[in-house]
Design a protein around this ligand. Structure first.
Ligand SMILES: [Zn+2]
Length: 99
């Protein structure tokens, strides 16, 4: 399930993110191979889903990390790169659940 729009999707359509230790505290890291240990969260590679997840603090809850730093713009760019360009565009077009 995508933590942004809460839509169900195949894992091949989602990108996994995990909490990682950054220089100034915990940060969100893209799990490119979907194999990193620990709690993960799944997101569509779309700006709408990232913004929704950040706004609702869904990432904080899913990853169970207090004070995690989320850079929405950087995360969107990384997600779209990880999800693949064509696939990302298709996802946005199919995302009918956003109000
Ligand atoms: Zn989504």
């Amino acid at each position: 399930m995508c933590v942004g729009c809460r839509g169900r999707a195949n894992r091949t359509q989602l990108v996994r993110v995990v909490a990682s230790s950054g220089p100034t505290g915990p940060v969100v890291e893209i799990d490119h191979r979907k194999t990193l240990p620990g709690r993960g969260a799944w997101l569509h590679p779309s700006a709408d889903c990232v913004e929704a997840a950040v706004r609702r603090k869904a990432l904080h809850r899913a990853l169970r990390v207090d004070g995690i730093t989320v850079d929405p713009d950087g995360l969107v760019a990384s997600l779209i790169t990880a999800g693949g360009g064509d696939q990302a565009e298709e996802q946005v077009a199919q995302d009918m659940s956003t109000p």
